[in-house]
Design a protein around this ligand. Structure first.
Ligand SMILES: [Ca+2]
Ligand SMILES: [Ca+2]
Ligand SMILES: [Ca+2]
Length: 489
């Protein structure tokens, strides 16, 4: 029998056998962390107390995520998928290199200490340096030099507070049946403006919780559905032959939505404000059904947010490509001469909107864990080429918070922690005012020199105020991160 090892996320002793895929939807993703009998997270925090409450205080520090089909799973879902609720699987397969080192060193407090000097993930930074900088020691794509791009998390209520846009349109698919309907949402252009999209941004990439994604250039480009401005006016196309309700044998369009009522073939479709690329949250006036993975591993539901593109070549619903009956009024139009298939570029359950290209010195934010939680909580994150100030403000606030927890033994002289926190308060005010140059100077000339010895000289140097190595590393890298963010324009 396999040795029973105790690792966070392993769900040992929970003998509930559920189909792993079906369980993703219902399981709060942090349920396994600090769960009954699990000690590893306590061992980790006993050695690395500063990591409490950071992104390292989670399963992800030791367990990797994975990909099943097109779905990207966070560490929790990945564990459930590979290991199962009954522990039938191979727990070692869920460990990242840091988790493996911890396991091989004995899975206790001494093991956490013993692997501090290892570079488990081989990215050139020792585990201790990474943990101090709040970077994953088991993920080579994350290291202390990496700065997350500016981001802004929106809740549904914030998107709803923007001017609502309602549009009736055709959703034309390649093969799964077409339909006319009405979506309500905020134009994507308005969402990006609200996030402070930078002038040189070029495109957005939207990603859904199941890994599906689509790229939308800001301006019209052949083959794409663009963000800015309106789409051509379209016409309502109706034929009894196409109507699934009247021709259940080979009809291909669903005319059953309430918003279809009263329309006749050839009527112009008039949309107040013009047809736009929408970040939709309502279908026919009702909130979108939040998505989840069905037992077949496929996405069910489309909400809470769906990106809805109108047709760029407005035309009739066309017969499904898979139908053998193509001798019809509107046969499948593969080359898209008369109509385009916008539905396939309509991303369901969108949780991430990346505005590209990324600002210099930044990298993708960690969205692995965001997917299904965002679906449940009605959130979407916009990141990339957007206003960096709110992110810098939040990070400076976090840093001040951290410094306020420093103890006498972490600093050279008794009052230094308090004064350093006050200096960070000054920095915070500069950032809030948008005084970017002043804030940069404050960091480079005043804050960094007092916390840079470990990185520049291998040990705290004579003018360092913060003398605890791990605290100093955390402060040093947080300040570097702020410098990068403040340099974005
Ligand atoms: Ca490393
Ligand atoms: Ca790393
Ligand atoms: Ca079609």
């Amino acid at each position: 029998m396999r040795k029973r090892i105790r690792l966070c996320g392993a769900l040992l002793g929970v003998g509930v056998a559920l189909a792993a895929a079906a369980a993703f939807v219902a399981t709060p993703s942090q349920a396994a962390y600090h769960h009954m009998g699990e000690m590893d997270s306590d061992f980790f925090l006993e050695v690395h107390a500063d990591a409490a409450g950071t992104k390292l205080d989670s399963c992800t520090t030791c367990h990797g995520g994975g990909v099943v089909g097109k779905a990207t799973l966070g560490s929790c879902e990945w564990c459930h998928f590979t290991y199962g609720y009954d522990g039938h699987g191979d727990i070692m397969a869920t460990l990242n290199p840091y988790g493996t080192d911890y396991h091989d060193a004995g899975s206790d407090v001494a093991a956490v200490r013993a692997i501090e000097t290892h570079d488990s993930d081989g990215d050139g930074y020792a585990n201790l340096d990474e943990i101090a900088a709040v970077r994953y020691p088991g993920d080579a794509d994350d290291d202390p030099t990496k700065v997350e791009a500016p981001f802004r998390v929106y809740e549904l209520a914030e998107i709803e507070a923007m001017a609502a846009h309602t549009q009736f349109q055709l959703m034309n698919t390649h093969k799964s049946g077409d339909y006319y309907c009405e979506y309500t949402g905020a134009p994507m252009e308005d969402v990006l403006a609200d996030a402070g999209m930078l002038s040189w941004a070029a495109s957005v990439e939207v990603r859904a919780a199941d890994g599906f994604g689509a790229t939308h250039p800001l301006d019209p480009a052949p083959g794409y559905y663009h963000v800015r401005g309106t789409y051509p006016e379209s016409t309502f196309y109706y034929a009894e032959e196409a109507d699934k309700a009247l021709n259940p044998v080979y009809g291909w369009c669903d005319y059953g939505a309430p918003s279809v009522a009263g329309r006749a073939n050839g009527d112009p479709i008039v949309v107040d404000g013009g047809a736009r690329l929408l970040l939709a949250y309502k279908y026919e006036g009702a909130y979108l059904q939040p998505g989840g993975l069905g037992s077949n591993g496929k996405l069910v539901g489309e909400g809470p947010f769906r990106v809805v593109p109108p047709q760029h070549t407005p035309g009739p619903p066309d017969q499904a490509s898979t139908s053998l009956i193509q001798d019809v009024l509107w046969p499948f139009d593969g080359p898209e001469l008369f109509t385009d298939h916008n539905a396939g570029f309509s991303s369901k359950c969108v949780t991430v909107i990346k505005v590209g290209p990324l600002p210099e010195g930044t990298t993708d934010i960690d969205t692995t864990e965001a997917g299904w939680e965002y679906i449940r909580d009605g959130k979407v994150v916009v990141y990339g080429a957007i206003d960096p100030i709110p992110t810098a403000r939040a990070k400076a606030g976090d840093l001040r918070e951290f410094v306020s927890t420093l103890e006498r033994t972490d600093v050279r002289k008794a009052k230094m922690a308090g004064v350093y926190a006050k200096k960070l308060g000054v920095l915070l005010k500069q950032i809030e005012r948008g005084a970017v140059a002043g804030a940069g100077a404050k960091i480079s000339d005043d804050l960094l020199p007092k916390a840079d010895g470990v990185v520049t000289a291998g040990a705290p140097d004579r003018n360092d105020w913060v003398t605890d190595s791990s605290a100093q590393l955390r402060i040093y890298w947080a300040l570097q991160e702020l410098l990068t963010l403040l340099a974005i324009e």
